[in-house]
Design a protein around this ligand. Sequence first.
Ligand code: AMP
Length: 253
Amino acid sequence: MKVLVAVKRVIDYNVKIRVKADHSDVDLTNVKMAMNPFCEIAVEEAVRLKEKGTATEVVAVTVGPKAAQEQLRTALALGADRAIHIETDERAESLAVAKLLAKVVEEEQPGLVILGKQAIDTDNNQTGQMLAALTNLPQGTFASEVEISGDGSDKKLNVTREIDGGLQTVALTLPAIVTTDLRLNEPRYAKLPDIMKAKKKPLDVKTPADYGVEVASKVTLLKVESPAERKGGIKVASVDELIDKLKNEAKVL
Ligand code: AMP
């Protein structure tokens, strides 16, 4: 079974986001970029399926600028077999990405597609769901456990999902779309020899036009502002003091 994994290049989660002086966008000058953390979890899950013998091939795909090949090389170092880069300098929105991924699904015919539940730059949380709608494939979103049973064309997929108030397990037929939640696994670090080997793995470069998909943004970004600075908290010595402050300072009681 082939597993397709979608990975996105985003600002590294450790970086404190800066806004450009003219408020036109987030400032990306000299900012460390990385693979979206939920996509790292997606790659890890695909690689584990391969190690178990459930998956036979892991293909990583990204839509983004030339530099996004760094994240594909990371996926290859972590264990993906080959990669597809759909190159664009446009700010591709979820629907455009989902349309491109749908074309890749059509071409590659994977048994399973794994995406992150959300990209930490825009927090959209919609590409996987849109891809499921476009491909008419079943979806198991916010996965905290993925279990594949059965053999050959008789494989079944159980996805345990993190939902408000608990866990829900859904049984899906394959091919299917899964989006990863934080607790699905703990991604490994790439080892130096694997990083070297990854440089030689196949990486196909395509354009949105190759798939007949228009990626120009339909949304106009008007202004970006940093959130208001939060005031530091204080420690109170007793419950009485807390109640007093809630009554007389915060005036919420
Ligand atoms: P989003 O819906 O934008 O929050 O992203 C959810 C997931 O969709 C990400 O974790 C990726 O797996 C996938 N995705 C989003 N944008 C891209 C992109 N430009 N290239 C590849 N995968 C993407």
